[in-house]
Ligand binder design. Structure first.
Ligand SMILES: [Zn+2]
Length: 449
């Protein structure tokens, strides 16, 4: 008899929708079928859709060192409430940053003690740390993250072209991807300086200081260097249709590049930034309606491969007031699946199995996370149960993150996450956190498979 059976749900699988039961044993999916035998415990999923839980490949929980901004205890609870069971934490904005094995170990220990979901860790690629990359790979990083422009934090300096090129070559030997924040330092810095000299500090001025061309140019340069180095490249948070097209052109030339966008670029435009203010500030910034629509087109056509949150929280005081001084980051870890259901499935006929691919199957495949990413026998029972018949208005009190600050507050979403399971254990159910145990580090299969 299986420990747990999820009965009567509609499973969202890569092959399509399937009405079936799931038997779970030892945290893994034991069997999927029309009528599996009774379990010691049963979950009635009739009327619900059963998704593979979200794997959020890009976020900042800021632990250790900046847990007053978030922390994995609250961040992972918000992820679970949004249907997620795994996150990859970026090497910043924790302090110290994850740029060597010692800091990897510290972060791992901190997150094992605080996170209710499983997690992977990105290592940092910064000037001077190429010699640390092999040890970070041995520890099990999912890849290395570099900034092509200022990161916003002095302790994580940007990678100049030499640092990036050298890092790409080392990463290629290690068989791991390099993720880049692709915006031109030269352009964004020069334009920002010009705005400051003219005393211009409004929302339109901020947008003008980070134009689409700054993103496109950096994507072209990063893909050129990655192709030359024979490295895997992951471009995080592409904000514009033109940016995606630039990455796709490199891919057509044979560059091994994966394309990520974030939920906020799919939900908001620059008009929303003007309306909402600093709470919706991020970098690259929200785009105009034309680039927003073009971005959606590339998602619907299958060019965008991964959607993440880039949850980048800050204390409320840093997300109010003057736009130029405010923290650049959107706190949306709980809303990725919600955005894809509302804006993708219900408004644009994005098939549910494509949503599962964008948020779970491709993340697991690209970053070689074993036993996750799809509902299949032998895989971890990381599952989220969603009621597509119900809708809700997101309110501040619904947010499980540390500071209830999010531009999504007040938005109406169709599709309610009823329950999230991590390796067979319910960690979120009916609006409340229910985890009894902590999450663990997921390790990619290094230099094999
Ligand atoms: Zn980020």
């Amino acid at each position: 008899m299986a420990e747990l059976v999820i009965r009567g749900g509609t499973l969202v699988t890569p092959e399509g929708l399937l009405r079936a039961d799931i038997a779970i044993q030892g945290g893994r999916i034991q069997a999927i079928g029309p009528q599996v035998p009774g379990g010691a415990e049963e979950i009635d999923a009739r009327g619900l859709h059963v998704f593979p839980a979200v794997i959020d490949v890009h976020l900042h929980f800021n632990e250790p060192g900046r847990t007053d901004w978030e922390g994995a205890a609250t961040g992972s609870r918000a992820l679970a409430a949004g249907g997620g069971a795994v996150f990859f934490d970026m090497p910043l904005n924790s302090t110290p940053c994850t740029v060597n094995a010692r800091e990897f170990d510290r972060k791992r220990a901190a997150l094992e003690a605080s996170s209710i979901t499983d997690f992977g860790l990105w290592g940092g690629l910064v000037p001077g740390n190429a010699g640390e990359m092999a040890e970070l790979a041995d520890r099990g990083v999912v890849g290395f993250k570099a900034f092509m422009c200022d990161s916003g934090l002095p302790e994580f300096p940007r990678a100049d072209d030499f640092t990036l090129f050298e890092g790409l070559a080392v990463a290629a030997r290690l068989g791991l991807p390099v993720a880049v924040h692709a915006e031109s330092h030269e352009l964004t810095q020069g334009l920002s300086r010009k705005m400051a000299e003219k005393g211009r500090s409004g929302t339109r001025d901020f947008l003008s200081s980070r134009p689409v061309v700054a993103e496109v140019e950096a994507i072209e340069r990063a893909t050129r260097l990655a192709g030359e180095a024979g490295a895997k490249l992951h471009i995080v948070h592409i904000s514009s249709g033109r940016g995606v097209v630039a990455a796709a052109e490199a891919k057509a030339r044979g560059v091994d590049v994966s394309i990520e966008t974030c939920a906020h670029y799919l939900f908001f435009t620059e008009e929303d930034l003007e309306r909402l203010g600093a709470i919706a500030k991020c970098a690259p910034p929200l785009r105009d309606a034309e680039q927003h629509d073009a971005l959606w087109e590339t998602l619907l056509s299958g060019t965008i491969e991964i959607v993440a949150s880039d949850h980048s929280p800050a204390p409320p005081a840093m997300k109010t007031g003057a736009i130029m001084q405010a923290w650049g980051g959107i706190a949306g870890v709980q809303s990725t699946l919600a955005v894809l259901l509302e804006q993708g499935h219900f408004r644009r006929e994005l098939p549910l199995e494509r949503i599962a691919k964008l948020t779970s199957a491709t993340p697991a495949q690209r970053f070689r996370i074993a036993h996750k990413g799809r509902l299949a026998p032998g895989n971890d029972a990381d599952v989220t149960l969603v009621d597509l018949r119900e809708s809700y208005t997101l309110e501040a009190r619904d947010l499980q993150q540390r500071h209830p600050v999010s531009p999504y507050i007040g938005a109406v979403f169709r599709g309610v996450v009823r329950r999230t399971l991590r390796r067979g254990e319910t960690i979120f159910a009916n609006g409340a956190i229910a985890a009894r145990t902590q999450g663990a580090l997921v390790r990619p299969h290094l230099r094999s498979s």
